[in-house]
Design a protein around this ligand. Structure first.
Ligand SMILES: *Cc1c(COP(=O)(O)O)cnc(C)c1O
Length: 395
């Protein structure tokens, strides 16, 4: 029995479950009844593995970052999800879910997206498999991540800008769920993170666990041990972190470190997206977790420079890891993340996604011993963030 992974009722401790409108109950229970069976089917596994290898470009490298290691006084390895096809870890999950949806006889895909990486990942696999694709994206995000909007359109997806709320990920997710409610028979909703009703958090974590599976093998080959002292990743909904932590959840010798987006700081709750620091228990988008809300329980608008972390909820796994003390969670401000992105770029010649830069910004805050082995997941590349970087650094 795992203390930290999902239980048989679909909960991580107090968090998780499936809180969905009646119209979706059939879809969710059908998915729950089938996802493990399909994922464990040898023909499914071999099709997925082959595409992960030849199409996504896996395994992604585990790179020993020598200059970064010197800078912070530990052995720092970077798990290079930025080198996945389309530029982030998102494709691992989008591909898996698309193959699964096909097995379940679905003919139409909807997705939500924040920074656009999940939308691009979903549009990509829909092009690959000739599937109809509709992506909901907040109007604010459409503006700040326009390159990804153009990519999705070229890939054949219909991108629907969402004007409600502050036009970010929460609002896009609401609309995607609304669409799914109207088309439950033929449509599969590809959620982009370890959020949503059971079984989504577990299903997405399993599709992303390829990251930690590779880390084990690569670390063993490169430094003779299967597990590091620290695993570090940024957390929006928490899928790249879940994938990074997966095989070490119950190995308490490994310190799990998560970085959430503090925006302008946790002392400015209305200018922050640090859900684990600022949230209270509640239900958002189908599961019980920590949620940012006002005194009346209304969901508040999250704020972060990073469109991929700008979300007032967090996956139930991460709420549980944080509440039990299994993970240590840092709240990283916009400025700290931007500086960390520049530090990595100058030290290693790698421009990270602004989301990933939140994880990098934790490095100077840790007290490492010089023999410590640290694996940090670079969840994506920085191309989509060049406008933000150029404005901030006056490039
Ligand atoms: C979407 C995204 C994230 C945040 O999502 P998680 O589910 O928390 O991983 C982080 N980094 C990049 C590059 C992303 O595209």
């Amino acid at each position: 029995m795992s203390k930290y992974n999902i239980d048989e009722n679909g909960y991580y401790g107090r968090f998780g479950g499936a809180y969905v409108p009646e119209i979706l109950q059939k879809n969710v229970s059908e998915l729950k009844a089938n996802y493990l069976k399909i994922m464990q089917d040898p023909t499914f596994k071999s099709e997925l593995d082959q595409l992960l290898h030849d199409y996504v470009g896996r395994p992604t490298p585990l790179y020993y970052a020598k200059r970064l290691s010197n800078l912070y006084g530990a052995h720092i390895y970077l798990k290079r999800e930025d080198l996945c096809h389309t530029g982030a870890h998102k494709l691992n999950n989008a591909l898996g879910q698309l193959l699964l949806a096909k097995r379940m006889g679905k003919t139409r895909i909807v997705a939500e997206t924040g920074a656009g990486q999940h939308g691009v990942g979903t549009a990509t696999v829909c092009a690959l498999m000739n599937m109809e694709c509709v992506v909901y994206m907040g109007a604010t995000d459409v503006k700040r991540q326009y390159l990804n909007v153009q990519r999705m359109r070229m890939l054949g997806a219909k991108v629907v800008p969402v004007e409600t709320g502050n036009g970010t990920l929460k609002d896009a997710t609401n609309e995607a769920i609304r669409d799914w409610c109207c088309n439950p028979a033929n449509t599969h909703y590809i959620i982009g993170s370890v959020v949503g009703p059971d079984p989504y958090p577990d299903m997405v974590a399993r599709f992303q666990s390829v990251i930690s599976d590779e880390i084990r093998k690569q670390l063993k080959a490169q430094c003779g041990r299967e597990t590091p002292d620290y695993l570090m990743a940024c957390v929006g909904g928490g899928s790249n972190a879940a994938g990074t932590f997966y095989h070490c959840l119950d190995n308490e010798n490994v310190q799990l470190i998560a970085a959430e987006a503090a925006g302008e700081g946790i002392d400015h709750p209305d200018r922050s997206a640090a859900t684990i620091h600022l949230g209270r228990e509640g239900v958002l988008h189908g599961s019980r977790s920590l949620v940012m809300m006002d005194e009346d329980g209304q969901i508040t608008e999250a704020f972060s420079i990073s469109a991929g972390l700008d979300y007032p909820g967090v996956g139930p796994m991460h709420a549980h890891l944080a509440q039990t003390g299994r993970s240590k969670v840092y709240a990283i401000t916009d400025d700290e993340a931007l500086q960390a992105a520049l530090t990595l770029t100058k030290a290693e010649g790698i421009i990270p996604a602004i989301e990933s830069a939140h994880a990098l910004a934790v490095l100077p805050k840790c007290k490492f011993k010089k023999d410590d082995v640290v694996v940090l997941t670079v969840s994506g590349r920085g191309d989509k963030d060049m406008n933000t970087y150029a404005d901030y650094f006056k490039l």
